[in-house]
Design a protein around this ligand. Structure first.
Ligand SMILES: O=C(O)CCC(=O)C(=O)O
Ligand SMILES: [Fe+2]
Length: 240
């Protein structure tokens, strides 16, 4: 798998310098993208991740489908009442599976993307774009936002993770603005400065720390907001 885009490094670099973010269209070539999307569509083991009482929750998405409606209502009630930062979406942990040796056998296209993100050409491109010669590796997860899913405002800064920039490679076809699921950025006064809508095969890139959120996917939307997302990080990969 190879980088497709004839990225205009100068243009992307000046956008990053001025606004702290940019988007690289046509990131993968179309054959690789098709194979990847087919593989992702067939994945049936997802985690449902959330945060309640200030603690991260990693649930089995399929098991959660099977809970009673009373239990579901209780879960949503507690989520709505969570006072601080929270989220609800599904993920497939690419980085963890890579490190446990399971990624290539179960999802070879994801293993190829992970390898591409950690290849010399991509890491070199990111070092240039972000003026960050210390970038050493990328981590990654596949995320799936379905109706009702969201990610509250946060800035991605986590002590010890050495995150230079976040990336989001969209795998959603024909996403509509009215469906929600926008990646939002903010002015210092809290008003929305920009919304990135999911755009198939576009890699959104933004500096850490910068406040952002994923708006709630509207109820009754059948489409899935699918992305490969993670961070370009400094130093050597310490593993999960
Ligand atoms: O999916 C996105 O657009 C952003 C995800 C994000 O901000 C995160 O996972 O920290
Ligand atoms: Fe984030």
């Amino acid at each position: 798998m190879q980088l497709n885009s004839q990225v205009n490094v100068q243009a992307a670099q000046s956008e990053i310098r001025q606004q702290g973010r940019t988007r690289l269209a046509n990131f993968l070539n179309s054959d690789d993208l098709s194979a990847l999307c087919r593989e992702v569509d067939a994945i049936n083991q997802w985690n449902l991740v959330s945060r309640l009482q200030g603690r991260h929750l990693d649930l089995d998405a399929q098991a959660m489908q099977g809970i009673s409606s009373a239990q579901r209502q209780e879960f949503y009630r507690r989520l709505a009442e969570e006072p601080g930062f929270t989220y609800l979406f599904e993920n497939y942990p690419i980085y963890d599976k890579w490190h446990s040796g399971a990624l290539k056998a179960t999802t070879p296209q994801l293993a190829k993307v992970f390898t591409l993100l950690n290849s010399a050409p991509v890491l070199q491109l990111m070092r240039e774009l972000l003026d960050a010669p210390d970038i050493g590796f990328a981590d990654a997860q596949l995320t799936r936002y379905r109706a009702g899913h969201f990610l509250d405002k946060h800035d991605d800064a986590v002590e010890g993770k050495s995150r230079v920039a976040a990336y989001v490679l969209s795998l959603s076809h024909g996403w509509q603005p009215q469906w929600g699921g926008a990646l939002e950025f903010y002015h210092p006064d809290g008003s929305v400065s920009e919304r990135f809508l999911p755009q198939l095969n576009t890699l959104s890139l933004f500096a850490v720390p910068v406040p952002h959120a994923v708006t709630r996917v509207k109820a009754d939307i059948q489409a899935h907001r699918l992305s490969i997302t993670g961070w370009f990080r400094c130093g050597e990969d310490p593993g999960p």
